[in-house]
Design a protein around this ligand. Structure first.
Ligand code: TTP
Ligand code: MG
Length: 366
């Protein structure tokens, strides 16, 4: 087998739970079954985390402000999120996955890639996906959808095709055809800005993008253009990255209406609280990062974020404070009122150590 074709032989499954938080609520409170349910968004200003499929018929969806959801569906039932429960369920799902492969890459609580190429117990990846779906239903009483393909991008697209409670396979020989009619914004790595630009060039679907050479696309989009050229041909060799350590430690706080803030002094006070909390968590994890990011969300949902990266992990509370306040200064020209403040530390030492050891291991093998 030529090295260039090896990636086509892989068997990757993408599993995504259906209306995850809402389904857990309907499972645990049977009186909610068959009803339009929203999780979160019940307060004055909150947004929904998700909605049950019964609510989606009314146009209710994730990230929608609660008051709009209520307008669209007056009998919508608002549930308070129970994050610890969802986290617990995510661990149970993960335990089921581990019976099939150790190559598991979670994307969020309810979504993961599995590389099952080496699993010889089942006759096909589809059989594995179906077995996983059966077990999630039997053991956890929840439904999910699965996509099966040779690469991450297509497996993820596939899990959406027959959602909810379905599955879909995209085989290598069917991939080209499948992608021809795929809207441009659904290709992995084509973000909103690029998609808009492509559409202005009358490139709306995969088949339109196929007409352009890598050189042309690179001229228009730089390095990204080369990726567009590849992804529209289904060339996605990204491995399923398992065992990934956590990449960041973050804290954020959403404020109620009476506590919105806009002036610098108040922001600093709130920031001090977040700094203490961040340090507490970093100490608990014995992990510190090189990069500090702050995030501010205005009352009309504009998000500002600023980061600063250093050469060494930042451990000193005073240093974190001075970086955070510096970053704040860079946002503060605007006179907005804010409802959310967040502070995050990333480029964690432990994760970088792992990369370093991984690199050493490779050098020894090589
Ligand atoms: P998704 O998989 O995007 O959505 P879902 O599982 O609710 O519905 P679907 O059937 O379409 O997959 O997200 C998983 C969970 O993550 C979701 O149940 C709630 C949470 N979430 C948020 O908290 N905020 C958000 O904006 C989104 C999109 C999801
Ligand atoms: Mg989901």
């Amino acid at each position: 087998m030529k090295e260039t074709e090896a990636y086509l032989q892989r068997k990757i499954i993408h599993v995504d739970m259906d209306a995850f938080y809402a389904s857990v609520e309907q499972r645990d409170f049977p009186e909610l079954k068959g009803k339009p349910v929203a999780v979160g968004g019940g307060g004055d200003r909150g947004v929904l985390t998700t909605a049950s499929y019964e609510a989606r018929i009314f146009g209710v969806k994730s990230a929608m402000p609660g008051f709009i959801a209520r307008q669209k569906c007056p009998h919508l039932i608002f549930q308070k999120p129970r994050f610890e429960v969802y986290q617990e369920v995510a661990i149970q799902i993960r335990q089921i996955f581990e019976d099939y492969t150790s190559a598991i890459e979670p994307l969020s609580l309810d979504e993961a890639y599995l590389d099952v190429t080496d699993n010889t117990q089942f006759e096909s990846a589809t059989a594995i996906a179906q077995d996983i779906r059966r077990r999630i239903k039997e053991e956890l009483n929840l439904t999910c959808s699965a996509g099966i393909s040779y690469c991450k991008f297509l497996a993820k697209i596939a899990s959406d095709v027959n959602k909810p409670n379905g599955y879909f396979i995209i085989r290598p020989d069917a991939a080209q055809n499948f992608m021809k009619n795929l809207p441009i914004e659904r290709f992995f790595g084509i973000g909103k800005v690029s998609a808009d630009k492509l559409k202005r060039m009358n490139i709306n679907k995969g088949k339109d993008l196929l007409k352009y050479s890598d050189i042309q696309l690179a001229q228009w989009f730089g390095k990204q253009g080369v990726w567009f050229y590849k992804i529209v041909r289904g060339i996605d060799k990204r491995p399923v990255e398992s065992g990934g350590k956590r990449k960041s430690i973050g804290v954020e706080r959403t404020y109620k209406k009476d506590h919105y803030f806009s002036d610098l002094d108040q922001t600093q006070e709130h920031m001090d609280f977040l700094i203490q909390e961040l340090i507490r968590r970093a100490e608990k994890a014995s992990d510190y990062g090189r990069c500090i990011t702050i995030k501010l969300k205005t009352i009309d949902f504009k998000v500002y974020s600023r980061s600063q990266t250093h050469l060494h992990a930042i451990k000193n509370p005073e240093e974190i404070r001075s970086i955070a306040l510096d970053l704040l200064d860079r946002i503060k020209e605007s006179q907005d009122n804010y409802r959310l403040l967040g502070l995050q530390m990333s480029q964690l030492e432990s994760a970088e150590q792992d990369q370093f050891y991984e690199q050493l291991k490779l050098e020894f093998i090589g």
